[in-house]
Structure formats: C-alpha cells, structure tokens
Design a protein around this ligand. Sequence first.
Ligand code: FAS
Ligand code: PHB
Length: 390
Amino acid sequence: MRTKVAIIGAGPAGLFLAHLMARAGIDAVVLERRTRDYVEGRVRAGVLEQGTVALMEQLGLDARLKAEGLPHTGTNLAYDGEIFRIDMAALTGAAVTVYGQQEVMRDLFDAAGPRGVQIVFEAEDLRLDGLTGNSPSVAYRKDGVAHTLACDFVAACDGFHGVGRASIPDDVLKVYERVYPFGWLGILAEVPPVNHELIYANHARGFALASMRSPTRSRYYVQVGLDERIEDWSDERFWDEVETRLGPTASAGLVRGPSFEKSIAPLRSFVAEPMRHGRLFLAGDAAHIVPPTGAKGMNLAVSDVAMLAEALALFYADRDASGLDGYSARALARVWKAERFSWWFTGLTHRFPDMDAFARRMQVAELAYIRGSRAAQTVIAENYVGLPLR
Ligand code: FAS
Ligand code: PHB
C-alpha cells in the first residue's frame, strides 16, 4: 500500500487531520489500534473553543453541533461560598460551546466513509521506518496479516502513549513535564446541570467543577489524591463533596442522581520538542498534555492539525516545504501559551498538599482580585475561548 500521509491514531487529532486531507484532495490513511466503538466510548473533553467550532463549520461537520451544542458566553468561579461570572462574550466577543468529545468523534466517524476518509481499525504492532529519509513507511498487522504502508509523511496523532514520539531519538527530543499531586474524579449522571454554565470551584478541601453534556446530562469533577480509588467513592460521598466544594450559593438546587460513568484521570503538564523529526510530525497529545482545568486538551489537538494540514497543502500544491519546516515552531508557540494558562488556572483553583496558610490566602486574594477586575477577567476570557492560530 502507498499513500501521501500516514496518520497514526483516530482520536480528534487524527480524524480532523484526515478530514482536512480529504478536503484538500491529499491521499491519507488512518491507522488506529482500537475499534471505533472504543475510541468513541472514551469520555473526555467537554468544551470546544471558538476555533474548533469554526473548523467543524468549515468541514461541514457542524449540523449536530449546531442542534445539540450548548453555546456558553460566560463561565463561573466559586470560592469561599461565593460565586461570580466572567462574561467572556462581553470581554472578547467570543464564546465556547459545550459538546462532548464523544459527540465530536461520532460526527467525524460518521462523515468519514461518505468523504472517502480511509481508516484501518485494529491495526496492531505499528512500527515507523525511514523517518529521516525520503521514503518513510509504517509496518503494522491487521487480522494477523503483516502490512507495510509506504508514504511521504507520517503524522503521529497517537496520543500520550503512542509510537510516534517514541520514534524520535532521545538525543533529539527535549521533554518538559510537571506531574500534579492529585487527579480528577469525574462522573456522568442523567440529572440537569446545577447551572446553565460551568462552575470552577476553589475550596479548602479541593477543586470541583460543575459541567454538563446537555440540559439533562451533567458532568461533575472533584479533585482527589493520587492514592484514591473509584471504589472508595460512593455516589453519596461524591455528591456531598461536590456540594461542599461548590458552596451553598453555587450548589443551590443541585439535583443528585445515580452516576453511570465514574473515572479518575491523572493531571500533568507535558511538552515534547520538536514536534517534527524528518518526515514525522507530532500532533495533539502525542506532543503535549495539559491539565483539563483550562479545557485545552482536545482544542490544542485541533489547532495542531489545522496548522499541519495547511503546511501539507502548501507542500503538495507548490512543493513549498516552508510550512512543514515552520510547523513545529508555530505549533509550539500556541501550545506553550495553552500550557501556561492551564498550569496557572490549575494553581489558582486546586489545593496542593504542600500549601501553607499564606499560599491559601494568596489563592483567595487572587480570586477576589479577579472578581473585581475587568482586566484580569479579560485575560481569563481570551485564553478560555481560545487564542488565535497566528
Ligand atoms: P487521543 O489520545 O485522543 O487519540 C490517540 C489515538 O491514537 C487513540 O485512539 C489511540 O488508540 C491511538 N493510538 C495510540 N497508539 C497507537 C498505535 N501504536 N497504533 C495505532 N493507534 C494508536 N481534554 C479536555 O479538553 N477536557 C477534558 O476534560 C479532558 N479530559 C480527559 C480525560 C482523560 C482520562 C484523558 C486521557 C484526556 C482528557 N482530555 C481532556 C484530553 C483529551 O481530550 C485529549 O486532549 C484528546 O483526546 C487529544 O486527542 P489526540 O491527540 O487525538 O489523542
Ligand atoms: C468537561 O465537561 O468534561 C470539562 C469541562 C471543562 C473543563 C474540563 C472538563 O475545563
């Protein structure tokens, strides 16, 4: 088999890139080790930046998004029993849309066949060869049969544990990392959200987030220790903790109900540089991870592949490699700004084990300052709705 662009991974990065290649008429093949159901079943991101919404519109994939997505012009911060709203639309002219990653993946997969997007599911034992030459290839096994996919370029959209980044020599790759001393315990429940917008809560006992997937389906998170286990958290304990951390005002009218999904995700900040090695390009979680506090993870994956697709289109149109040569620096410039915002917002809202009384007072003082400052709220708003691609 031969193609122009071999895409490893059918998550948001891989599938958005595949659709962008199909629209540009550039031959590409997606190699995914799992099944469609498995990929679509992963409960992850919930908030789309304005740029991600725009890309779905440009790709003509926004019909359900427009019908079922929830535009949010503001978001809320709760602390010390108080709550205040940041009017993002008034401050930036932009908004975000609440629409789960599972729904995005369903839209991308549903449109793949009709648009000629080639996806090989359950592709196993992938190996990347010839990355620093002119004839890279991807070896893999499917149903026990060995295959080799010859290509011009390999886009590693294979997430944090993928094969792409691991194919870059240690003396070439530079890694930056911060592992947080806590995780997020999240649930899904068929109950109406406590607020029509999101609430990020800072409490002495730890962080909590009230989010949603629809007017009847809520997504809540509480910060938990790295040693905690799901079986230690009954629904009742979870709801008690959410109400305590949101505080009486923010949790007024909160509707409890049985969770049908419960999981714990670790938090880390991670960046691998460069995002290119010869004919290999990294995109999405393959190159970077952010704590979900800033709702940046999936949106960064989308902005990476928007830049990569532009560079590939320039190359195939004019044999102009300038976009490809500039991809890593351009993508990283935006990645680091999202890393900073996610790290800062996590520091503002979470309880760190080594925090002393002074550090706690600094958090509360910063929240009180933000509450009264249009300038401080504008900084949060422009980062949250999504910084421009350029
Ligand atoms: P993904 O990990 O989504 O996709 C990579 C794909 O590559 C997978 O389908 C995998 O099966 C495949 N793959 C890996 N190795 C392979 C190999 N060797 N061969 C073939 N295929 C291979 N982001 C937010 O914005 N908000 C959130 O609340 C949020 N919560 C999260 C919770 C969890 C538990 C995790 C893990 C992430 C969360 N994220 C969140 C971040 C998440 O949304 C990612 O940013 C997003 O999925 C990134 O998309 P991709 O880069 O496509 O990587
Ligand atoms: C979610 O709804 O899953 C969600 C929303 C905002 C975040 C993180 C997760 O910052």
